[in-house]
Design a protein around this ligand. Structure first.
Ligand SMILES: NC(=O)CC[C@H](N)C(=O)O
Length: 380
C-alpha cells in the first residue's frame, strides 16, 4: 500500500487543509483525490440524507459523530439521485453495518459512486481547527494521488473557493417534472429547483399540493406556465451573492404578489431580492439540533440546518423595501444569525433552516401549513 508521512507516522490517505494542517488516515470509499470546502456536520443520524443533499456540492464534509455507517445504506433515504459531497471524512466507520433496510455498506456506496473519503481521522481535532480558523479549502488524497505535502498543499490552494461560486444550475434538474398531490389536490406550486431535496416536494404533496419542479434557469413565463397558486424557491449549493438569475426571478414573483415560500438558499435569495446583503459565516450551521426562535411567538424550534452563508438584516423592527415591509421572523439562538424573513405587505416568507427535516426533527413542519394557508388566503 502507498503511504504518506504525517507527523513522522505513515498513512494510506491524507486530508490537507489550505492553511497547511495535515491529518492522516485510511482510504475510505473511492481511492484517488478530491477537493472542496471543508465543513463539519454534527448530525448523529441521517448520513445518507447529508451525503445526497445537493447543497453539499463541492464540500468536503467532516462528520463529528464518531461512528458512521452503522446502519448501512438503503434505497429509501437518499434526498436526490446521487451523492453530492465532494469528499467525506469520518473517524470510525462501521465494520459490519446492521439495519433491516440496509442493502450495502456505506464504504461500498461511496466507492461505487466514486466519492473519495478518509477514515481514522481525529475528527474532534479537525472540527476544533475548522471552528477556530473557519471553513477552508481541503483535499483528500489516497493511492496513486499521494505525494509530498508541499505538492498536495499547492494543489489544494489552487482549487476553487466557495465565495462567489454559482453552483445551483450544476445540481438542479434540467427538465421540469411534476410531483403529484397525495389525495385531493388543493393547490399547484411552481418550485424553482436550486438543488432541491426530495423530501421538500413530498412534504407539499402530503398537504394536497401538486408541485411543478423547474430548472434553476427557468424564466418567469415558465414559472407561471402551470398557473400556480404559489411559488417556491429551494435550498441549494454555492454563494447566494452569485445567484443573480434566481434573485431576478423572485423579484418578478414578488411584483405579481403570488404567495411565495423559500427554504435555505431560497431564504438568501429572498433577502437579496429585498435588497439585503448576504455574507459568509465563519464555519456555518450544519446539523439537526439547532435552536431557532420564532420572534412572533417566542416559541423555540429544534431544527435541521445546512448553511454557510446568511442574510444581513436587522433583527428588530420592519425594514422598508421595494416590495413592502419585511421583518426577521426567526433567529438562531446559538449566534443570532437570521433564520427567517416575513413580508408584512405581501404573502411571502422564507426560512434559513429545513422544515422538510430530512434528516432532523419535525418541529418546523407547520411552515408548509403556513404556505398552504397563504395560498388559501389569496383565493378567498
Ligand atoms: N442548504 C442550502 O440551501 C445552503 C445555502 C447556501 N449554499 C449556504 O451554504 O448557505
Amino acid at each position: 500500500m502507498t503511504t504518506a508521512a504525517v507527523n513522522g507516522a505513515t498513512a494510506s490517505a491524507v486530508l490537507v487543509l489550505e492553511d497547511g494542517r495535515v491529518f492522516g488516515g485510511r482510504a475510505y470509499g473511492a481511492v484517488g483525490e478530491t477537493f472542496g470546502e471543508a465543513v463539519f456536520a454534527t448530525g448523529m443520524t441521517g448520513y445518507q440524507e447529508t451525503l445526497t443533499d445537493p447543497s453539499y456540492h463541492r464540500q468536503v464534509v467532516v462528520m463529528t459523530a464518531p461512528h458512521i455507517g452503522n446502519t448501512g445504506v438503503n434505497d429509501e433515504d437518499p434526498e436526490s439521485r446521487r451523492i453530492w459531497v465532494a469528499g467525506y471524512v469520518v473517524r470510525d466507520p462501521a465494520r459490519v453495518p446492521s439495519n433491516w433496510r440496509s442493502v450495502r455498506s456505506l464504504d461500498e456506496e461511496l466507492a461505487a459512486q466514486g466519492v473519495v473519503g478518509i477514515s481514522g481521522v481525529d475528527t474532534r481535532a479537525l472540527t476544533r481547527h475548522l471552528r477556530e480558523r473557519g471553513a477552508m479549502r481541503a483535499g483528500i488524497f489516497s493511492g496513486a494521488a499521494l505525494s509530498d505535502t508541499e505538492t498536495l498543499l499547492t494543489r489544494v490552494r489552487s482549487a476553487p473557493v466557495m465565495t462567489g461560486a454559482d453552483l445551483a444550475a450544476e445540481v438542479a434538474t434540467t427538465e421540469p417534472y411534476v410531483v403529484p398531490a397525495i389525495g385531493r389536490k388543493r393547490f399547484t406550486v411552481a418550485a424553482v429547483d436550486l438543488g432541491i431535496k426530495g423530501m421538500t416536494p413530498q412534504r407539499m404533496a402530503e398537504r394536497g399540493i401538486e408541485v411543478h419542479v423547474l430548472p434553476a434557469t427557468a424564466s418567469l413565463d415558465e414559472v407561471y406556465a402551470s398557473s400556480p397558486d404559489g411559488v417556491f424557491f429551494s435550498n441549494g449549493p454555492g454563494d447566494p451573492a452569485a445567484a443573480d438569475h434566481p434573485v431576478d426571478l423572485m423579484g418578478g414573483v414578488l411584483e405579481r404578489g403570488t404567495p411565495l415560500f423559500g427554504i435555505c438558499f431560497g431564504n438568501q435569495i429572498l433577502g437579496r431580492a429585498l435588497g439585503f446583503g448576504t455574507f459568509k459565516l465563519k464555519y456555518g450551521h450544519r446539523g439537526i439540533n439547532q435552536p431557532v426562535k420564532d420572534l412572533a411567538t417566542g416559541r423555540v424550534e429544534v431544527t435541521a440546518h445546512n448553511h454557510g452563508f446568511a442574510v444581513d438584516a436587522p433583527l428588530e423592527g420592519a425594514t422598508e423595501t421595494p416590495h413592502g415591509r419585511v421583518e426577521v421572523s426567526h433567529v438562531c439562538l446559538n449566534d443570532d444569525v437570521v433564520e427567517g424573513l416575513r413580508l408584512l405587505d405581501r404573502p411571502a416568507f422564507s426560512v434559513q433552516y429545513h422544515p422538510e427535516a430530512a434528516a432532523g426533527p419535525h418541529d418546523a413542519a407547520y411552515l408548509f401549513d403556513r404556505f398552504a394557508a397563504l395560498m388559501e388566503g389569496q383565493r378567498a
